[in-house]
Design a protein around this ligand. Structure first.
Ligand code: HEC
Length: 181
């Protein structure tokens, strides 16, 4: 083999290697597997509510606005009917159950139902149920309002929580505007 032949052979090996590498990169991009974080129907509730009075140090919650922007109220309704409806009704003028009726709760005052007897803790909570507040409340009710009577551990999954809040927002004749992400 003269030196030209050797050069050709080396070049062929190099080109082969490069093609192989590029093909690997491309297929990685094209068929990169995306796994679901969890099964699509699992309701992700917290393991246990922290004992009242000693709220656990939470990792900061992601801001609610971007989550609400891509939230699905229909999915939120399905979750609410499954996990909240044991205690709550959602229709206008609906009777309270273990918990108060939730129509018009978004942007309403805390303890928003006049004919429901709230815990002293909830009655003492100043302000309104804005989106950020609902986000914290539904993550860990007992940590957000220590002493609350809502015996519900919370929804851990951020998007699932946003979906439920997006559904609660629809329970109004004039739903409050969504926050700007
Ligand atoms: C085991 C019963 C129970 C479950 C399940 C439950 N709640 Fe409650 N909820 C209550 C009770 C009781 C209160 C009143 C709390 C208080 O007075 O401290 C309440 C209060 C609330 C409030 C405040 C209402 C107001 O007028 O200030 C909101 C909002 C709320 N619940 C949303 C939800 C959502 C959303 C779910 C489902 C993800 C849920 N709750 C699941 C029992 C429950």
């Amino acid at each position: 083999m003269d030196s030209l032949e050797i050069n050709k052979a080396v070049a062929a090996v190099l080109v082969g290697g490069i093609v192989f590498m590029v093909a690997g990169l491309v297929s990685e991009v094209v068929v990169h597997p995306k796994r679901l974080e969890q099964s699509a129907i699992k309701i992700d509730t917290a393991a246990a509510a922290p004992s009242a009075g000693t709220p656990k140090q939470e990792a900061a919650l992601p801001a609610i606005a971007p989550l609400l922007a891509k939230a699905d109220p229909a999915a939120g309704e399905a979750t609410a009917k499954k996990v909240c409806a044991v205690c709550h009704t959602f229709t206008e003028g609906g009777r309270p159950g273990v918990g108060p009726n939730l129509y018009g709760v978004v942007m309403g005052p805390h303890a928003h139902e006049k004919d429901y007897t709230y815990s002293p803790a909830m009655q003492a909570k100043p302000g309104t149920w804005d989106y950020e507040d609902l986000n914290h409340w539904l993550k860990r009710p007992a940590a957000e309002v220590p002493g609350t009577r809502m015996a519900f551990a919370g929804i851990n999954n951020d998007q699932q929580r946003a979906d439920v809040i997006a559904y609660l927002r629809t329970l109004s004749h004039t739903p409050a505007p969504l926050p700007q992400p």
